[in-house]
Structure formats: C-alpha cells, structure tokens
Ligand binder design. Structure first.
Ligand code: PEP
Ligand code: MG
Length: 875
C-alpha cells in the first residue's frame, strides 16, 4: 500500500482533493507543485499511517520504512544534497497537517539533519559559520521541545543568560563563537533532563515522525477538536510533511513572510501581509523582531515582490478563495511553503464572498454557503476592542443569550437602570433573573446579566428582541440586589463598578472594555442577503410586540409578524394598573369595566403594528402568562401597589397568594386563562379587529390579522375559544360594514397538540409551533431553570446542544414534523410556521426547511441571520 506521496519540480503524486489522506498542508503542497509554483521538494506521509499507528499500539505498517527511505533518496537526488553528509548535508522540516487545519496542534521541527558534523559542512557550504550554528542551536531547541518534551523555557533561559553575559539585546547580535557556546549549553540541558540528542539524522527523522503522530492525541489537540466539534472518526489523523529546508536567514537578500491575497480584517482586495528580512519562520511568530509591511518587499526585492504577487493571484484564482500564504526568500529566490484559505473577520468574510461573485470567481450560491450565519450576526452587533478584551479578566461565564458586547456600570434594579440610562449613563443590569417589570430597565441598559435562567428565559427572549447583549444563567455569580453587590468566587463587584459582558460568548469581564460600533446592514451584506432571498424557500417573519421593534425587523427584511406577545404591552406604565384592576375584579362586570379601559390602548398598539407591516401578515397571540406575573410579589411592593389601587394590603396579598402556583409554567396560563375569563379574549379580539377595521377605513391599509391562541392541547379548548372570538369579530365587522378577512389559529406547544394535530387542524386555520414550550414539555425541562444542570449535560456529552437554542431534531423536531403532517392531513392548505426561539437558529432552520414548514419567525436582530440560514438550507 502506498503511504508516501512525493512532490518536486512541478510534479506531485498528490492533489488538492486528497486532503483526507494528505492533510490540508500536504494536499496543497502537492497541488501547488503541480501548478508550477516554486515549492521546495518533499513528501507527505499519509494520515492513514496515523490511523494505523493508533489502531496497532503505536506501530507503523511494514512498508513505511522502505517508502520513507525511498522518498529521502529521491529528495537527495532532486536537491543534489545528501542526508547526513558532512560535506553537503540535506536538511528537512517536519510538520503535522490534518485534513482540517488545527493551528498550534504541533510545532514544527526545522533544520532536521544537523549534527556536530553536518553543521560544519553547512558552515563551509554557505561560507557562513554564524548562520550554520544559529541553525543548529535552533534545531536543538525545537527538537528538544517538540520531540523530547524538554520545557522550552530552559532553552530560552540559556539564550537570555548568554545575551546578558555578552551585554547584547538581540539574538542577531550574537556571533558564531557565541552560538557555538550556546549549542554546548543546549546539549548540557539535554543531559540535565536525562535526554539524549541523537547525532544520527535517521534517528532524528523517525523520532520527529513519532512525535508528530504522537501529537495527534496530545491534550492540546484533543481539546482543540472538542472545542471545534471535530469528532473521532471525522478524521483519519494527521499527515506528516517532510520538506527540504530553504533558509530565509542567509543574509539581507533572504527573508520570510506571510501574505494574504486580500485584507483579512476588512476584506479589501489588496495584498496584505508581513515580511521579515534575514529571518526564519518562527522569528515572525515569536514576535521578537517587528516585521515589515509586505509592501516593503517591493523596495527591497522588486522582482521577488512581483513574482509573489503573480503567485498570489494565481493561487487565489485556482482555489477561488482568499489565500494565506507562507513564503521564504533564500538568496533572492522565492519559495512558497504553504497556502490555505485564510481566516478572516466576519466583515471580511462577507465582503470577500460578495466581491468574488462580482469578479466572476464564484457563484452567488457559493457566496451564500461561504458566509457563516454568525458572520451576519456579528456585523449587526457591537464587539469588544480585541486588544482590550485580551487584557480584561474573565470572572464568569454564562449562556450566550443575546449577541454583542456591552460595557457599563453595574446596577441591580430596573428602575435605577432606567434613571441612570435616561441621564446618559452606561449601565449593565444585573439580576438573579428578570421579569416583565424589568423591561424598562433592560431597554435603558447597555446589556443584561442574570445568574439564573436558560436560553428562553425572560431575560434572554426580551434582550434578543431588543437586540441587546445578554448573558444569562451565569450560575457562579451570587447576586445580592438588596445589598448592592454581586460575588463570583472571591471577586466582589459593587453597584456602580464597571463590568463588561459578551453576549456572543457568554463571558463576563471585570472593568470597562471599549466596544466597537457595528457596521449594520449596509453594503455587501445587504447584497448577499438579497441573493439569499432569491434562493430561500422558507419565509422569515419576526417576533415583535411594539412598532419600534417591528420597524427594525422590516428594515432587516422581515416578511410579517409571526408572533406578537400581547401581554408585553400590559406592562407599560399606563396599562399595568388597569391590568391589575382586571385581575382583582370580583365580578365579571368589574372585570369588563377594567378591560374596557384597556381596549382603546391595546387597539392603538395593534394599529401601530399593522401600520408598520403595511399589509404583511401579522399574527397576534392572546394573553399567555399566568396572572401572578402582573402582580407584585414582595410585601414591600404589595403595600405600595395596594395604596396606589386603593385596596387594603391584605386584600392584594390575598390575591397574590391565591394566584401562586407550584408549577406556573404548567398552570393557569395560555388558553386556560381565556377559557376561565373569556372577557379577556373578547377584549383582545375587539382590539385586533377594531384596529384592522379602522386602518382600512382611515388609512386604506389592508390587513389580514391572524389571531393566535396559545397553549392549546385539546381541540375542544380551541373550539370553545374560536366560537367566542368569531362571534365577536364577525359582529364588529358587520357593524362596520367593511370587508375584512381574518384567521384564527393556534400555537402548537403542548406535546398533546402535536400528537392530535389532525383534530386541531379541523378548527385551526394556521399553526405556529411554539418550540420553547414544546421543548420544555417534551423534555420536561423547566425553561427557566435549565441553567442548573444543562451545562453539565453538555459537558458530559449527554446532550450535544442546548435544546432551547438548537432544536432537538429527534424528539421535539419529530413532534414538529408529525404535527405538520397530521395538520395538513385534515387541512391541506394549513399554513405552518415556528415562532419559538429556534426560528432564529441556523441549525434549527435547516431542519424546518427540510420538513417543509412555511416560515420561521424570530427576533428582529436575527432576521438577517435567518434569511441567510434559510438560503443555505435551500442549497
Ligand atoms: C414558545 O413557547 O415557543 C413561544 C413562542 O411562546 P413563549 O416563548 O411566549 O412561551
Ligand atoms: Mg409558549
């Protein structure tokens, strides 16, 4: 079996599409060789050997030794040098390279083949003793560190000491004699560590090969694969690349550098990179000397520069993506050591993809698949200044509930956040959890941090709706609002002190970290999303409760409202007393009186929404949360509210106590409330239909309101409410003498509803899957308390994803699929959407597209993400 793939002089045995066995680096070296690009000759040992190595107790296939020896012979032939020959030594580099790039998994070993004899040959050959001994001491250092695991600080220390003795600052100030001395000291270090430096180059080579294959299972590599979701079995292992050395440190006509074909920060189409004269690769990485801008190469070696530009152009056109190229110049001759698709910022990713379509390099479809949904999200939210962030201390980590970076003074109380916010102060609202009462403070804050709750907790949902950064469920934080401080470990943060939160990563940082304004939906990203719209099948609506949010969503491309949570309007200052009066009402008449006062306000709300949506569909859900959420819970506040309402403390306290439930999320909420109090459904219907009628009459705007009933589990619940709603609506329409169509539908968020969807669809004119509650009830996980155990579930691999963020395909997803099928079996034209938080999650969107839903609905700031994800799903 063939395990070794040779490349030299314009001909290679491998190709770019052999990444699986040659690794990214090896495949690209082969490909570049075939393209006629000046690559130093060498060979790649296949990743299949790595697999064999671990399958067979760290041994190699029999054929390997001979194949490696044969490849070395060929390498000697094409270079005219000989491995281990003191007169004309061949030196090689040994590097790892898996099919997926894993930076830093293993360091490189350079200058392999040097020993006490060959170093002399190298000195003579290059007529440069200093260079030869510098190469030798570097090799001793790298070989010791990477292959024999001698702590590299030991070598660093010896180098520093020598420089001190000499009274010099830079490595380059050491002369040949110094470096010889250093070589001896390095050998001494080997001895002290009980390790032997092999003088035999073949021994060096095999030990280095062992080290590369061994590094596949080192802690760093395993961790890297874990973090990046690379599973065992995804890859065979790493390949090993053995390449003839070229030297960038042979004088001022030599050097080494990195070149990007486009600016990886902005995406601008212009060469970008760094160059370090008279240096080897690791000098650039080590940051000891400051590299020059790539353009400097133009002045120093114009021919090399021009050749490099030509190669960059050729490589980019060939790979049809921005390339990150490592190059070395040896005595005026350019060598390309590596090329790969360059890492880039989100902004650059979008710009490059769009530009490349205009340049005819890639198709629109390819551009859409290349940009990650997170990239689109990134350009819509502020980010931290990376330098400042790197220096800030991370004190806790919670769930990344709403993306973006925020910094501000800690405030523990929503009212105070509002006051300070109004006064122009930047604050972060820190709460154990939030409730509807806190919405004002949340709006005034830069960001929100809670110690409890999951991805669909109140804080998470509301923050996402506002496009505000939030970290929730940071369980390691103890919040003491009354005492005015929070505590993590032994760090205490008092009210008024600065913290920063990163809602994209879930990190909580101590102190103020500058944020950088988002770019917004202009320029290339707008164009990309337009292409996405041409391609996607799924509709994208938004979850919005107030006209301002709806407007943002429209700007971001929402095609309607998929969920208006009407109760959110009840918390406004002018409404909450009326809502409370309704709750306290002892008779139906009293309740209707309070509702009558709410009606005109709620009608105006809906008019506002309809106006913004200009005839697009608007789904309005009837009241959903348990009533206790509208009442104060602490005695202090109960006293205050009782006074305002003109009732006694005892009376209000009594009501509060009566409304308490052990499992409020499974309690008296959703349609159960309106079945008990149909007057509420009547009022809300009047407001919805009344708003539509008035808009039609006064402003000529046609709306098709969709009235949605939450938490239905049995068709009879729907039947009962539908009748009331219909009677109310039809009477209003008749009285107004207008033509108006409206729909009555339901949320599918109770498992029983999904199972009996065929019955429910006989009554429901549309379905909207409430995957938040459906996940809660399918798993039996309280959506507000998952923070207590979910992190462990993820860590221990019991669940792969947070099911409140990414739809559980097999369980909850199956209910959605089945619900849709059953629903359509009795009502073939049933419109089916999703309005749970999963509607804005790319992985979930993939599933919703596949099972044939009509649309997803998500918070305004996720609409662009959903548009892209829906297009990707369609491709
Ligand atoms: C849901 O349950 O998925 C839903 C959208 O409703 P809410 O989050 O308001 O319970
Ligand atoms: Mg729900």
């Amino acid at each position: 079996k063939k395990y070794v793939y040779f490349f030299a002089n314009g001909k290679a045995e491998g190709r770019a599409d052999m990444k699986d066995i040659l690794g990214g680096k090896g495949a690209n070296l082969a490909e570049m060789t075939n393209l006629g690009i000046p690559v130093p000759p060498g060979f790649t040992i296949s990743a299949e050997v790595c697999k064999y190595y671990y399958d067979h107790g760290r041994t190699y296939p029999e054929e390997l030794k001979e194949q490696v020896e044969e490849a070395m012979r060929r390498l000697e032939e094409v270079t005219g040098k000989k491995f281990g020959d003191p007169n004309n030594p061949l030196l090689v580099s040994v590097r790892s390279g898996a099919a997926i790039s894993m930076p830093g998994m293993m360091d490189t070993v350079l200058n392999l083949g040097l020993n006490d004899e060959t170093v002399k040959g190298l000195a003579k050959l290059t007529n440069n003793e200093r260079f030869a001994y510098d190469a030798y001491r570097r090799f001793l250092q790298m070989f010791g560190d990477v292959v024999l695991k001698i702590p590299h600080e030991k070598f660093e220390k010896a180098l520093e000491e020598l420089k001190k003795e000499k009274g010099v600052k830079l490595d380059t100030e050491l002369d040949a004699e110094d470096l010889k001395k250093l070589v001896e000291r390095y050998k001494q270090i080997y001895k002290e560590e009980g390790k032997e430096f092999p003088q035999d180059p073949w021994k060096q080579l095999w030990l280095a090969i062992d080290a590369v294959f061994g590094s596949w299972m080192n802690e760093r590599a395993i961790k890297y694969r874990q973090i990046h979701g690379i599973k065992e079995g995804d890859l065979l292992g790493t390949a090993v690349n053995i390449v003839a050395m070229v030297f960038g440190n042979m004088g001022e006509d030599s050097g080494t550098g990195v070149a990007f074909t486009r600016d990886p920060n902005t995406g601008e189409k212009k060469p970008y990179g760094e160059f370090l004269p008279n240096a080897q690769g690791e000098d650039v990485v080590a940051g000891i000397r400051t590299p020059l801008k790539l353009e400097e190469l133009k002045n120093r070696m114009p021919e090399v520069y021009n050749q490099l530009l030509e190669i960059m152009d050729k490589l980019e056109k060939h790979y049809r993506d921005m390339q990150d190229i490592e190059f070395t110049v040896e005595r005026g001759k350019l060598y390309i050591l590596q090329t790969r698709n360059g890492k880039r910022t989100s902004q650059a990713a979008i710009r490059i993809a769009v530009d490349m379509v205009h340049e005819g390099l890639i198709t629109k479809e390819e551009a859409i698949l290349r940009v990650r949904p997170e990239d689109v999200e990134q350009v819509l939210h502020p980010v931290f200044d990376p330098k400042e962030k790197a220096q800030a201390k991370v004190i806790a980590k919670g769930l990344p509930a709403s993306p973006g970076a925020a910094t501000g003074k800690v405030v523990f109380n929503a009212k105070k956040a509002e006051e300070l916010g109004k006064a122009g102060e930047q604050v972060i609202l820190v709460r154990p959890e939030t409730s509807p009462e806190d919405v004002g403070g949340m709006a005034a804050a830069q960001g929100i941090l809670t110690s409890r709750g999951g991805m669909t907790s109140h804080a998470a949902v509301v923050a996402r709706g506002m496009g505000k950064p939030a970290v929730v469920g940071a369980e390691s934080i103890e919040v003491h609002p009354e005492e005015g401080y929070f505590k993590v470990g032994d760090v205490v943060v008092k009210e008024g002190e600065w913290i920063s939160i990163d809602g994209t990563t879930g990190e909580v940082l101590l102190g103020k970290v500058t944020t950088i304004k988002p770019q917004g939906l202009e320029g290339p990203v707008a164009e990309l999303l337009q292409w996405a719209d041409e391609i996607r099948r799924l509709g994208v609506r938004t979850n919005a409760d107030i006209p301002r949010d709806a407007e943002v969503a429209r700007k971001f491309g929402a095609e309607g409202i998929g969920l208006c949570r009407t109760e959110h309007m009840f918390f406004e200052k002018d409404r909450i007393p009326k809502v409370r009066r309704m709750i306290l009402a002892k008779t139906k008449e009293e309740r209707e009186k309070a509702l009558d006062e709410l009606l005109p306000l709620q009608k105006e709300d809906f008019k506002g929404l309809f106006r913004v949506m200009k005839g697009l569909p608007v789904t309005i859900r009837l009241i959903d949360p348990p009533l206790h959420e509208f009442l104060p819970q602490e005695d202090e506040q109960i006293k205050e509210v009782a006074e305002q309402m003109g009732v006694s403390f005892e009376e209000l306290k009594n009501v509060v106590e009566n409304l308490k439930e052990l499992n409020p999320m499974l309690g008296h909420r959703g349609c159960r409330l309106t079945i008990t109090y149909p007057e509420i459904a009547v009022m809300q219907t009047k407001a919805i239909i009344g708003a539509a009628i008035e808009l039609k009459k006064e402003e000529g705007i046609d709306v098709i309101p969709e009235i949605m009933i939450p938490l239905v589990g049995h068709v009879n619940e729907l039947r009962y409410l539908k009748k009331i709603i219909k009677e109310t609506a039809d009477a209003l329409i008749k009285e107004a003498g207008v033509e108006l169509t409206y729909k009555i539908g339901t949320m599918i968020e109770v498992p029983r509803a999904a199972v009996t969807a065929h019955q429910i669809a006989e009554e429901a004119e549309f379905f909207s899957f409430g995957t938040n509650d459906l996940t809660q009830m399918t798993f039996g996980f309280s959506r507000d308390d998952v923070g207590k155990f979910l992190p462990e579930y993820l860590e221990k691999g019991i669940l792969e994803h947070d099911p409140f963020k990414t739809l559980d395909y097999d369980g909850v997803g199956e209910l959605v699929r089945m619900g849709k099928e059953k629903g359509r079996s009795t009502r073939p034209d049933l419109k089916v959407g999703v309005c749970g938080e999963h509607g804005g999650d790319p992985r979930s969107i993939l599933f919703f597209d596949k099972i044939g839903l009509d649309y997803v609905s998500c918070s305004p700031y996720r609409v662009p993400v959903a548009r892209l994800a829906a297009a990707q799903a369609a491709l």
